[in-house]
Design a protein around this ligand. Structure first.
Ligand code: UTP
Length: 289
């Protein structure tokens, strides 16, 4: 089985839950302390062995391109000031990975955004990481967990988390085959944003996928679904008629940075996890009790 080396990160949505910030700035650039959200996501994939990235943007989001490119003016400035640690910081990603960009000109939904990656995938399976979902894996990065499951199955795999009843209508929800237990489960179906009474389980797709290239055959003629958007979940359901599809419960914590609560939680938790900031964050929290 060929090793997966490619990752696709859709970041072309309008981010309406984070207005007014997202009027001029991509939500994927929201800083969790001092690192943009999308950099955490790229690093998760890089730490899992991915080397080639495609980021899907829209015409207002060029600052994402700037972030992953070289900045020679800034580098010269830092060199003159002998700021070697900062130089390493800004050059690390451009020197280790290949990041390319493509545009989604109309925001027709996640399925449509993924279709923009067809040429990049070039007939190979790839990892899909949503641009506003950050994971802290318990022992391994979320992407690494999915890649290991792919090595076992050779099939598309949906990373899942268990959500409460009140949240099932916000996610794509998986239906496992009867009597399957464990973390890696073969799926019977998936449904996007079901009503609670129609939801087959509480297993929600949480922004991480491995997809085989057959997905593009379905995305190409996918009709609109929930929210009048071209839904990736609907094409995955059709893919299941041709290939097995699995879900894998991700072992770790997810932060939905596209929601204000998720962004705030991440800011607190990531500060507490950093040696240079933990005391400051504890002091801030304790002063408010
Ligand atoms: P979301 O549904 O969370 O993003 O999509 P959104 O539509 O930008 O945000 P809200 O719901 O209005 O606040 C998950 C990911 O898919 C991308 C988004 O940029 C985000 O990273 N996306 C979504 C696209 O690239 N294109 C789309 O048409 C829709």
């Amino acid at each position: 089985m060929k090793k997966i080396t490619k990752a696709v990160i859709p970041a072309a949505g309008f981010g309406t839950r984070f207005l007014p910030f997202t009027k001029a700035m991509p939500k994927e650039m929201l800083p969790i302390v001092d690192i943009p959200t999308i950099e955490y996501i790229v690093r998760e994939a890089m730490d899992s062995g991915i080397t080639e990235f495609l980021i899907i943007i829209n015409e207002g989001k060029e600052c994402i391109k700037t972030h992953f490119g070289k900045n020679e003016v800034l580098e010269r400035f830092l060199t003159e000031k002998n700021k070697t640690a900062e130089i390493e910081q800004i050059n690390e990603l451009p020197s280790k990975i290949n990041v390319s960009f493509t545009y989604q000109y109309e925001q027709l939904g996640l399925g449509h955004a993924v279709l923009c990656a067809k040429e990049f995938a070039n007939g190979e399976p790839f990892v899909l990481l949503l641009g506003d979902d950050v994971y802290v894996g318990r022992e391994k990065p979320a992407t690494k967990q999915l890649l290991e499951a792919y090595e076992k199955t050779g099939c598309s795999i949906l990373g899942t988390l268990e959500v409460p009843d009140s949240d099932v209508s916000k996610y794509g929800i998986c239906e496992p085959f009867e009597k399957t237990t464990g973390d890696l489960i073969k799926l019977r179906s998936v449904v996007e944003k079901p009503k609670l009474e129609d939801a087959p389980s509480n297993l929600a797709i949480g922004g991480r996928y491995i997809l085989t290239p057959a997905i593009f055959d379905y995305l190409e003629n996918q009709t609109r679904g929930a929210g009048n958007e071209i839904q990736l979940t609907d094409s995955i359901l059709r893919l299941m008629a041709k290939e097995d599809v699995y879900s894998l419960a991700i072992d770790g914590r997810r932060y939905d940075i596209g929601s204000k609560k998720g962004f705030l939680e991440a800011t607190v938790d990531f500060s507490l996890a950093r040696a240079d900031l933990a005391d400051a964050m504890k002091e801030i929290i304790n002063n408010r009790k």
